[in-house]
Ligand binder design. Structure first.
Ligand code: MN
Ligand code: MN
Length: 453
């Protein structure tokens, strides 16, 4: 049985080649999709290539739904009506990062700095003295929209939050608790440092504003109507002598976005209707009109039933109630240096396949979504019968911490939901680590779940 085994021990030479090839496409995706909008753009272009049509304006057996450029869904018609329930695989497009405040630009001590606010579960110290890039969408006063990226291309400058040298950090950092030593309000980035000629007051800020206007046509007040995200300017790389691991930013949860997207693109005539969801705002509790709690899911299902000819009072609710879902999100891999936070016998390990997390939450299973014995049994059987390597998982020792996914929001519709995804080392860091074997196995797992009843 493909249960809790190191996948590398069971791959043929040919399969290894396939695993490595798949990982290269993934690394390329990671380097292009550094924000939720870029992720949705990638989903859109791959789906259109594959013959998906825009489901809000056209009808088809393969439909693509995009809303506000930040969340997406793919539908593939099944042998059965969608009314008898979808097979759903749902991941999230957002990742921890720094956002610019509405009035970010200020001058201090000869520098133009940008004031940020962190988004999601950021460990502050990991973002200091790290090369950063800026990805922005700005709506100008005339209503036109500008997008720009600075710092991803080798020819462009990067940005940085300057940390303090060890020679001077004793009182303000080292003797403090880690959370207090590097406060969020200090996470401001150096934007520029040359003063504008002939100016005495705020000359550096003035020169920065001039550059912004000359290069991008952006004025200071335009930054209010903007989504500007600051992310690590690090390229995804192979990790380890054997190249078995991938290091890169935002693999939580883009590894699930990628694997579920690839699976959906390959689907042919699945048993049940398939819905692949890519939602936003998971990292801040799934609030807002692009989140898993937004009206998007019902809107998409209503449209699918309309195309199918089964739309009737309460049919949207019925279709969702009859559905079965994998909440496609990452979990924490056993960290060899910090084993004490894991319950080793229940912890997921890299290279050991897709992790099935029966329940999330914290403490006494608070705010948990727990899958039933029956549904875990069903998924396990499907994986066992199709040679999918999988492993059980809980997120850390009891009372050590915890976390949640979008599973609980899907469960509210009445459907069965199980958390299933690859484990990562250093989750939420600027350089998260995944396993190439798990990446490939997760793709195969999602594909089987979408395909077979
Ligand atoms: Mn996640
Ligand atoms: Mn996360």
């Amino acid at each position: 049985m493909p249960f809790r085994k190191n996948i590398w021990n069971h791959l043929s030479g040919e399969e290894r080649e396939e695993v490595y090839k798949f990982a290269e496409i993934y690394r390329d995706f990671l380097s292009r999709a550094k924000t939720e909008r870029e992720t949705v753009n990638y989903i859109e272009s791959r789906a259109l290539e594959r013959g998906f049509v825009d489901g809000f304006s056209e009808s088809g057996d393969r439909m693509l739904f995009i809303e506000r450029g930040r969340l997406a869904a793919l539908y593939v018609k099944g042998k059965e009506s969608a009314l008898s329930g979808f097979r759903i695989v749902a991941s999230h497009t957002d990742a921890p990062r720094l956002d610019l405040k509405p009035v970010p630009l200020y001058e201090d001590s000869g520098y133009a700095l940008l004031d940020t606010q962190y988004y999601g579960g950021v460990k502050h110290y990991q973002w200091f003295s790290l090369p950063l890039s800026i990805h922005g969408v700005v709506v100008l006063s005339d209503g036109s929209r500008k997008t720009f990226v600075i710092g991803e291309d080798e020819s462009e400058p990067v940005f940085v939050i300057p940390d303090l040298e060890p020679h001077l950090d004793r009182k303000v950092q080292r003797e403090k608790k880690i959370g207090e030593a590097l406060p969020g309000e200090k996470m401001d980035i150096i934007f520029s440092s040359i003063p504008l000629d002939g100016e005495k007051e705020k000359a550096v800020k003035k020169y920065a504003l001039r550059l912004l206007e000359e290069k991008y046509g952006i004025k200071e007040e335009d930054l209010v109507s903007a989504d500007i995200e600051v992310v690590p300017a690090i390229k995804p790389r192979d990790v380890g002598l054997d190249g078995a691991l991938i290091g890169g930013y935002a693999q939580d949860d883009r590894i699930c976005v990628f694997t579920s997207l690839m699976a959906a693109l390959e689907l042919e005539n699945p048993d049940r209707a398939v819905l692949v969801l890519f939602v936003d705002k998971e990292e801040i509790g799934s609030e807002g009109n692009t989140s898993a709690q937004s009206a998007f899911i019902k809107k998409v299902v209503r449209r699918i039933l309309e195309v199918e000819g089964t739309l009737a009072p309460y049919s949207v609710e019925e279709a969702l109630y009859n559905s079965e879902a994998l909440s496609a999100d990452v979990t924490s891999a056993l960290n060899p240096l910090w084993k004490e936070v894991h319950d080793e016998k229940n912890a997921a390990k890299l290279h050991h396949g897709i992790a099935l997390t029966k329940y999330t939450g914290r403490g006494g299973k608070y705010v948990a979504s727990e899958a039933s014995a029956e549904f875990v049994g069903k998924v396990r059987k499907l994986f066992d019968e199709n040679g999918i390597y999988w492993q059980p998982d809980v997120l850390g020792r009891v009372d050590e911490g915890g976390g949640g996914t979008i599973a609980m929001f899907l469960a509210r519709y009445g459907m069965d939901v199980l958390d299933a995804g690859p484990a990562l080392l250093s989750m939420h860091s600027p350089f998260e680590i995944s396993s190439k074997a798990d990446l490939y196995m997760t793709f195969r797992a999602y594909k089987i779940f979408m395909e077979k009843k």
